[in-house]
Design a binder for this molecule. Structure first.
Ligand code: SF4
Length: 388
């Protein structure tokens, strides 16, 4: 089935406020019929509130519009994110007064308020869905799009997958990458060679075990599959294998499925703002230069379709290499720009493919431009501030 994804281009024809992204968000909220769907609902607006001094997170101008639409429709909105991002979020401009509704840590200030759900996947069995999320009757999943060192990119899936579970479950989700064995010490008995393997990695992804130097650990986030380690490791001793990298993406799809299953099917909708997209997640607590051209704002009831559309639209741009932090390596392969930055095994499309397999939505979508740009030659520009 083809799903609709509503899209507001970041480009304008004229210099007019009604062509800017907050105004296009209003059109998307209308297209999603948000006001008509939230009467009497306790609506969780799931955001990523960033951390420390990050400033590329979603601007309050956008958030207030969603909050107001929920209130207009007779819903009771609250904003939620993981406790460590809600903590001190006022330092990034997020207060109840500014945003228009309360802001709650998803699993309470101590990260203990949660409901267990059973789903066996590698090392994971019990997944803890944050209590404030599960108690809500409607969810607006509003993601800021950015790169991510484990998944290639962060979008609507990641906003739910990581942001609606407790910290303990999030940690276990990251550990799934280590579930399938990748270091075979019996094939590398020589300590000197093990040291050469560790030294070969320019990103510091390989480390010795603290207690046993015959064991090596791979930190998957900084690994970009450059394969330098494979030139010094004995054959088969160290596997840089897609299965380990894909495991986290599959865990994200499962986590999202578990959380979304706590809502009735029509009681979740998704928004994505693809502006100032940085190399890594907003969790890092800082904002670096954008690595892709702004791609606009998106809205859909289908989480698979919206993240697929975001990836397709962002994939039309080339990576802005001169904005990439100089400690990072750009891989010259014909893959999505996020994978050029984080490695080809972190294919950002994996999470949406897993999501479709779990029945969360459709990869087949129609992109509906809510305010098409017109190709115009030079002419009066429209709105301007008079010089009087
Ligand atoms: S493939 Fe990964 S672990 Fe190996 S050298 Fe490159 S970045 Fe390091």
């Amino acid at each position: 089935m083809t799903s609709k994804v509503y899209w507001g281009s970041p480009r304008q024809t004229f210099l007019q406020p009604n062509e800017t992204l907050p105004a296009k968000l209003d059109l998307i909220l209308d297209a999603l019929n948000l006001r008509d769907r939230v009467k009497g609902e306790m609506v969780c607006l799931k955001l990523h509130l960033g951390n420390n001094i990050s400033y590329s997170v979603i601007h309050p101008v956008f958030i207030r519009k969603v909050v107001q639409a929920i209130k207009d429709g007779g819903g009771k909105p609250f904003i939620s994110d993981v406790s460590w991002d809600v903590h001190a979020c006022e330092e990034r401009g997020y207060t109840a007064e500014v945003l228009g509704c309360p802001i709650y840590p998803a699993a309470g200030p101590g990260d203990h308020y949660a409901y267990p759900h059973e789903w066996e996947y590698k090392n994971l069995k019990t997944w803890m869905v944050a209590g404030m999320i599960e108690d809500a009757t409607f969810m607006v999943d509003f993601a800021h799009i950015k790169g991510h060192p484990a998944t290639g990119f962060g979008g609507c899936f990641k906003n739910i997958a990581l942001g609606c579970m407790t910290g303990k479950t999030r940690g276990q989700m990251h550990d799934v990458q280590h579930y399938d064995r990748y270091w075979f010490k019996e094939l590398c008995a020589d300590e000197e060679v093990r040291q050469q393997i560790v030294d070969s990695c320019p990103t510091g992804a390989l480390v010795f075990d603290k207690n046993d130097r015959s064991e090596l650990h791979l930190h998957f986030d900084p690994c970009n599959m450059c394969m330098r380690c494979q030139q010094v490791a004995p054959q088969g001793a160290l596997k840089i294998d897609p299965v380990n990298f894909a495991a986290f993406q599959e865990a994200c799809a499962i986590s999202t499925a578990i959380t979304m299953d706590t809502f009735a099917k029509e009681k979740v909708t998704h928004l994505a703002l693809a502006t100032h997209m940085t190399p890594v997640c907003d969790c890092f607590g800082f904002t670096s230069m954008p690595i892709l051209a702004d791609a606009g704002i998106f809205g859909s009831d289908d989480i698979v379709a919206i993240d697929k559309a975001v990836l397709d639209v962002t994939g039309r741009s080339a990576l802005i290499k001169e904005n990439v932090p100089t400690c990072m390596e750009v891989i010259s392969k014909p893959v999505h720009p996020f994978a050029q930055l984080h490695g080809e095994y972190k294919d950002p499309y994996q999470v949406v493919r897993y999501g479709e397999q779990l029945g969360l939505g459709s990869l087949d979508y129609e992109l509906v431009d809510v305010f098409p740009v017109q190709e115009k030659g030079p002419q009066p520009m429209g709105y301007y501030i008079s010089a009087e």
